[in-house]
Design a protein around this ligand. Sequence first.
Ligand SMILES: Nc1ncnc2c1ncn2[C@@H]1O[C@H](COP(=O)(O)OP(=O)(O)OP(=O)(O)O)[C@@H](O)[C@H]1O
Ligand SMILES: [Mg+2]
Length: 269
Amino acid sequence: MAGHVNIAPASPTIARPLLEIDALRCHFGGLKALDGASFNVAAHGVTGLIGPNGAGKTTLFNCISGLLRKTSGSVHFDGIDITYARPDAISQFGLVRTFQLARGCVRMTVFEHLMLYGRDQRGETFFRGLLGGAEVHAQEQALRERSFETARGLKLSHVLDNLVTDLSGGQKKLLEIGRALMAEPKLILLDEPMAGVNPALVEQIGEHLNAIRAKGMTILLIEHEMALIEQLCDHVVVMAEGKFLTEGTFSQVTANAEVQEAYLGMTVQ
Ligand SMILES: Nc1ncnc2c1ncn2[C@@H]1O[C@H](COP(=O)(O)OP(=O)(O)OP(=O)(O)O)[C@@H](O)[C@H]1O
Ligand SMILES: [Mg+2]
């Protein structure tokens, strides 16, 4: 008699979300900027984060990236509890962010700026002293190449020797993306990278985001311009008054009556 071999049916593999935000609260005095926000971000692709002004989107980014203290709740990134991790540790885990208003008050050239963020990510400043001269030189050379390549990709090669403070607003936005890319992250948080830039640059930034997505990185994108959300995002999360409101495809969320209501009766399309 032939023996039986019992093979258990394969259980469907449920991929753990890359980012898990659970009941996050952040209060400024009496103001509940985040009031129990919970949602997940799946690995790969672009997730849009939308919501009216003051909904708590930037505060959420500040909490995720360790810049703001949470009142309660938790954040997990790639399975690691980063709720109380420091910003530099979080970026070393592979989670980086850009800022709504591109920063650039340091007296540093564009090239130095890119090199700095490439180094930061790998903790090279700490280990450099332990390595031999040839190895340090090879690493430095690789980092220089990567800085040139990143600048080329962002069409910033001609301003590599300029001070960051002398860049135009749009160039600062591009440099923010370059800074994030130098860190070779798994997840990039982008806070309105297209706000206040001319239409040609908006298109260029959109192409960069598509290229970043094609490399397998995950993007969480805050953006007010709905046409861009529709064009760039695979999935959309809506926040209002410090809370998660709904999520889905662009057409699903924009058809949602609560979303329309949150935008004070504006037609969201
Ligand atoms: N450092 C702070 N101190 C006090 N209140 C703050 C602080 N940062 C944000 N807030 C308040 O928290 C709320 C959420 O602000 P947040 O900047 O997160 O909104 P947002 O969704 O990013 O809005 P926008 O789309 O206009 O950028 C707002 O009411 C804001 O005034
Ligand atoms: Mg904001």
